[in-house]
Every structure is written in C-alpha cells, then in structure tokens.
Design a protein around this ligand. Structure first.
Ligand SMILES: O=C1C[C@@H](O)[C@H](O)[C@@H](O)C1=O
Ligand SMILES: [Co+2]
Length: 301
C-alpha cells in the first residue's frame, strides 16, 4: 500500500457554499474547475449549483477531473424511508452518471446546522426509537447506493444528532458494516470533541471517505464562548484549509496510509470567498500536502 492509492480532491465549498447559496454566487463552474486544475487536485464533490450530468461530464473531461461524491441531507426520522427513497435514488442516478465513488449522507432531522442557534449548546439528541429508525433506514439506503455502484458514507456533523465520538460509535454499532460506511471529517470531530485521532483509530475499518478540514483555534474558542450558530462560525473563519489552522494532519494521514486506506481525501474548508480567496487557499492546502504530508510519508517508506 502506498500513497498512490489516494486521490486528492478539493470541495467547492471554498468557492460556493450550499449552506449559504448567496455567498460566492458569482463563482461559476468553469471558474471553480479551472482553479482546481491550477491548484493540482484530481477532482471535487458536486455542489448544489452544478449542472446536469452531461454538461458536468464535458467540463470535467476537458480538465481531466473526476467527481468523488455529493452530500445528501436525509430526513429518515422525520419523513421515513419511503419518502426519502425517491430523492436518494435520483441523486444516486446522477452520481452514477458522473462516475462518483460515494454518496455522502447526513441525517438532518432536528439539525441546527442551518439555524440561528448556538451550535455548541443546542445540538439535537435522538431517542432510542429514533436511533433505530435512523440505523435501519441507513442500512436500506446503503444497499440502494450499491445498486448504483456507490458507497454510502455517513458524515458526522456539528449541530446534528450524529456529531460526537459517542454518537458516531452508536451509529457504527447500529448499522451494517457491509452497507454503511463512515466519512471521517477532521474539522467536525475536532470542533465537537477537541481531538480527531480516536474516532479515526476506532473506526478505520469503516472509513471509506475523508474530509480534511482545519480549524483556527482562537476563532473556535471565540465562537464557542459567544454561542454562535454554525453559519456564523464558518463565516467568521472557524474553518480553514490544512496548513493554515491548528490541526496536525500528518498523524491522521500516516495512520490512514499505514492502515491501507485507499480512496479520496477531499480538502474542505468553508470560508467566505470574499475574505479568503479560494484559489489562494487551495494552493496553501496543496503546498501543505506536498511538503508536510507526502514528503514526510516518503521519508518513512
Ligand atoms: O461535508 C460538508 C458539507 C457541507 O454542506 C457542510 O456544511 C460542511 O460543514 C461539511 O463538512
Ligand atoms: Co465535511
């Protein structure tokens, strides 16, 4: 196993953010994809503003880029599996068409991710019955994703019912390892639990997709103290790209490689693109990967 099995991507979220569609609205698909090429990444995830599969595929082929996956907000607890299924299938079909690897799922029932609430103090908690509905539904959706050649990867997320290490553990224990996989996002688990390695160590066998997101420690503690909403946190600069924040990614990266992880590692850092120039930050991330992660990994071989 070598670092050759890793595909490095960068998410559109630094250019345009599905959580706040008005920010970066002037950044077009061509602009985003061309910046990704300039910064030296192999691909990206699908953003809410992306066009039909045919148009997207042409734009990707012109630049030799690939799609890793796309976010799907599920409401299994609120709406039930039958209502979620048609939307899920439609997104799987699109992702199959653009030859993606994963569908990224996050249960949004009771989520405060998009609300004007203190994301640190007002996250939801599921009861036992709700956990059963969620886990049972995910098992079914995981099988459906496989019909389209995709892996379902669950995204633990601030402000949702699956945020903390304990909640991730419950989700992993309650779902079928054959059909439900884990997306490991360094930024979300760091902001939630104050560290990022134990979830990775505990669930490495389930990890099939990775988001490398960094955090600015001082902004994080200010946001926590002031009880800010998730949106206000990232607009204030709580997140940034690897190499610009307080997380040391070499431990996580070396562990992933040592454990034989292969697949995508997607750089994902939501900031206000009018404040943090997206290409400039993509280049910071790329330099950090090349100089701190790949070079030091080569020394260990
Ligand atoms: O993977 C992600 C997708 C976004 O929509 C989300 O809000 C962000 O924080 C994230 O990690
Ligand atoms: Co993420």
């Amino acid at each position: 196993m070598t670092a050759q099995s890793i595909h490095w991507g960068i998410a559109p979220i630094g250019w345009r953010n599905d959580d706040v569609p008005e920010i970066g609205a002037g950044n077009t698909l061509s602009h985003l994809l061309s910046d990704i090429v300039v910064a030296g990444f192999e691909g990206t995830e699908v953003g809410g503003f992306f066009p039909s599969a045919d148009i997207l595929k042409r734009e990707l082929q012109l630049r030799k880029l690939r799609i890793a996956g796309q976010w799907f907000s599920s409401y299994l607890i609120r709406d039930g599996l039958e209502q979620v299924l048609p939307h899920f299938r439609a997104q799987c079909l699109y992702l199959q068409d653009v030859e993606a690897s994963v569908i990224v799922i996050s249960e949004q029932t009771y989520s405060v991710q998009g609300l004007d609430r203190d994301v640190f103090a007002q996250k939801p908690y599921f009861n036992d019955e709700e956990w059963d509905v969620l886990c049972g539904g995910l098992n079914e959706l995981g099988k459906v994703a496989e019909e389209y050649g995709l892996k379902l990867v669950y995204h633990h997320h601030m402000g949702t019912g699956v945020q903390t290490a304990e909640e991730i553990e419950r989700l992993m224990a309650g779902t079928d390892a054959a059909h439900v996989h884990l997306l490991y996002d360094t930024g979300h688990i760091y902001v939630s639990d104050g560290e990022y390695m134990s979830v990775l160590r505990q669930h490495i066998d389930r990890v099939r997709h990775v988001h490398f997101k960094d955090a600015r420690l001082q902004v994080l503690s200010d946001c926590r103290e002031q009880g800010r909403s998730f949106r206000d946190c990232f607009l204030s600069g709580m997140f940034t790209v690897p190499g610009d924040g307080c997380i040391d990614f070499s431990e996580a990266y070396d562990f992933l490689i040592a454990q034989g992880y292969s697949g995508w590692i997607v750089i994902e850092a939501e900031q206000d693109p009018d404040v943090a120039h997206p290409l400039e930050y993509a280049l910071i991330a790329r330099r950090y990967i090349d100089e701190q992660l790949l070079r030091s990994a080569a020394h260990h071989e």
